[in-house]
Design a protein around this ligand. Structure first.
Ligand code: GAP
Length: 465
């Protein structure tokens, strides 16, 4: 199998696992699907919530200089004029004259190993490129705005136009004063938010990598301009470390600085945390941006409200610079799934069926795993099920559990390994006598015999370490 085939194969496997086991479904599937919108199933919603919870813990709850916010998706349309999105939030679009498919010109150049800025200097460069689908001729590039338009109120006219937010951080900037004053905050401080963003992406794709409706986890750190570089260098490694601490392999992550021609309209300096995806190698997972005073200056100008800051001690007055950390909850979900996926050929359990098969183990960090502990009574005998149900009820409220009584125990272990469940608890006939159960570890496959009365403490202990 060629490298390309293997890479496509890997994405196919993840997409198939995601659907089969209830992580991610295509939106509106019964109507033939809705391009680049996805629905999270019962396990996907747990995984994504766990990712968001870990992010919130690291960025808000375990810090005394960052607070949270949940701003509305719909905002005054002037916000998007001030932010520069109406003018500059565009992608260069080309159409194939033959098959009529649309592409992002910068992506086509990138695939040829050319820099995105090349197109600005030499727009005719696109004529040297053929349509990747049918080898037809492409049109000249034209700009395409990514903001999604909607109407507010009963009349659909220009006065009623607003936009679904293209990035969550604008809700933070317009609340800068509200949050600072209500929480009596002094610079430097940060405001964090998790929420939906919308972009009319031209060439979405690669599953949940590029969607039209997605979720961002953003933190805006307001600093004295003199200290912007210091804080930028502080947040950059910290965000990378967050992914590593949650189990993403070091060799699959890297930091890359944006070239001058790549910088977004608001950025003075930008670095991406990149992941080595099975489609095309290292690409963006998250970003760290020095937005300078762009946002607060523009909102001051467009709203007429001065958003500058006066240091209470030194009386120095300045427009705060913003160091932004911007992560995508969906892209992070994809990365955690891809990085955790492992196939074991020939099987690792001793059952005869398994030794012929490829076993899948999703080695998700236990904090992220959707199901923390599976409860598996050895048989459907009522006396076993009664004990098993009682154990499950005792774990409810603290741990997400799954009860499974169908199939051989080997099959049930494999079903749990495939969704990343770190612990499986088996109730057997001996349990009725010795009041103990067997708890099996997903990664080491080590089995411990634990007193039923001590199951909660045993699991607590595992989740502490
Ligand atoms: N506020 C800055 C900002 O929005 P960005 O680089 O455009 O910066 C930040 O987006 C992150 O949001 C990306 O690194 C990615 O994780 C996620 N993201 C952006 N567009 C996305 C899309 N169409 N689908 C899924 N995630 C996306």
């Amino acid at each position: 199998m060629s490298k390309n085939q293997e890479e496509n194969n890997m994405m196919e496997k993840i997409v198939s696992l995601a659907k089969r086991r209830g992580f991610v479904f295509q939106s509106s599937e019964i109507y033939g699907g809705f391009a680049s919108c996805y629905d999270y199933g019962p396990l996907g919603v747990e995984l994504k919530n766990n990712i968001k919870r870990e992010w919130w813990k690291a960025m808000v709850r375990q810090r005394d200089d960052v607070v949270g916010l949940d701003a509305s998706i719909l905002m005054h349309p002037k916000v998007w004029e001030a932010s520069g999105h109406l003018e500059s939030f565009t992608d260069p679009l080309v159409d194939c004259k033959d098959c009529k498919k649309r592409f992002r010109a910068d992506h086509l150049l990138e695939a040829k190993g050319l820099e995105p800025g090349y197109l600005k200097e030499k727009p005719e460069a696109i004529n040297e490129i053929k349509c990747p689908e049918c080898s037809g001729q492409l049109t000249n590039p034209r700009t395409f705005n990514l903001l999604m338009k909607t109407f507010i109120g009963p009349v659909e006219n220009e006065a009623a136009v607003t936009y679904l937010r293209g990035e969550t951080c604008q809700g933070i900037y317009v609340n800068f004063e509200n949050v600072k004053d209500s929480m009596r905050l002094k610079i430097p401080f940060g405001i964090a938010q998790v929420g939906k963003a919308f972009r009319n992406e031209i060439t979405p794709g690669n599953f949940i990598f590029r969607m039209r409706e997605f979720e961002q986890m953003e933190m805006q750190y307001f600093v004295n301009p003199k200290e912007a570089k210091k804080w930028f260098e502080y947040w950059k490694p910290l965000r990378l470390k967050w992914y590593q601490d949650l189990g993403v392999k070091k060799e699959n992550l890297r930091l890359r600085e944006h070239g001058q021609d790549e910088l977004a309209h608001y950025a003075k300096e930008a670095w991406d945390i990149e992941y080595n995806y099975p489609f095309g190698g290292f690409k963006e997972l998250a970003g760290i941006h020095n937005r300078g005073d762009w946002d607060l200056s523009r909102h001051s100008k467009f709203s007429g409200k001065d958003l500058s800051y006066t240091d209470p001690e030194t009386k120095e007055k300045f427009m705060p610079y913003i160091i932004e950390t911007s992560d995508g909850a969906d892209r992070a979900t994809l990365v955690f799934l891809l990085d955790a996926y492992e196939e074991i050929r020939g099987g690792r359990t001793t059952t005869t069926e398994s030794s012929k098969e490829v076993e899948v183990v999703l080695r998700l960090d236990k904090r992220l795993a959707p199901i923390k502990i599976a409860i598996l009574p050895l048989s459907k005998k009522p006396e076993l099920e009664k004990v098993a149900k009682k154990i499950q009820e005792n774990l409810w409220g603290t741990y997400m559990t799954m009860y499974d009584v169908t199939g051989s125990i080997g099959k049930r272990y494999r079903r749990q390994d495939e969704i990343g469940t770190p612990y499986c608890l088996t109730v057997d006939f001996e349990s009725l006598e010795d009041k103990k159960v067997t708890i099996r570890d997903r990664d080491t496959m080590k089995q411990d015999r634990v007193a039923i009365s001590e199951v909660l403490d045993y699991i607590d202990d595992k989740f502490k370490s």
